[in-house]
Design a protein around this ligand. Sequence first.
Ligand code: IPD
Ligand code: CA
Length: 239
Amino acid sequence: TALQYFGKPLRVKTKSARLGIVTDADIACQNRIKEIISSSFPDDLFFAEEDKQNPKPRGRVWVIDPIDGTNNFSRGIPFFCVSIAFWEGNIKSGVVHVPALGYTFTSEKGKGAFFNGKKMHVSGVSRLKDGFADIGMPRREGIREKGFKIFSKIYPKGTGFKHFGTAALQLSFVAVGWLDAYLEFGLYPWDVAAGILVLQESGGKVTDDKGKGLDFFKNDFLIVASNGKVHSELLEALK
Ligand code: IPD
Ligand code: CA
């Protein structure tokens, strides 16, 4: 569905200063994803970006971002993805699909993670100065400074810097070994749920800024994601 809209003129609306933009494609994709899931699991709950209100997570929940990287999508940049996680107390499975590039990252708890069907692993880089970190720089007022502060703590460690503008994909890029670390403040559950499992199942690590397990259903978390080997260096730099 996303590709039917990609590269064509779009209706782009601002949802709010906090939630950013939405296009017709986001809505169409979300409706289609829900339709497909509901046809097999009619009683399951959805926690989805384009819903006005989301339930308190309980039981069986599908955490959905129909298009992660809507800004990229709306400018014709192919770095956007569909992110779907299945949660039941914790994330049981996650898929991140990049329609424009034909990339699919899949994961199932305890069963590993796969890039287009091939088992994948994080990189072997063990020092930030030898690798690449992606540091999200939030756009919205009120937290821009926070992004800059994180950047100013990590970048001086000598890391190369890249930024792809789509959280689920950035997590997947760490998982497949193309990046070594990814940090961002101010994300939402649907941005990270699937990517977290993809990365963990590839041998990577995801925590909050104190090194604790990340509660991604709460507001305003800082996600610290890495190949595991540079994780303590990241946490030390953030202190
Ligand atoms: C956004 C992307 C982006 C991040 C934003 C997110 P969306 O998701 O993941 O990289 O910086 O904070 O909201 O709105 O394109 O689904
Ligand atoms: Ca989105």
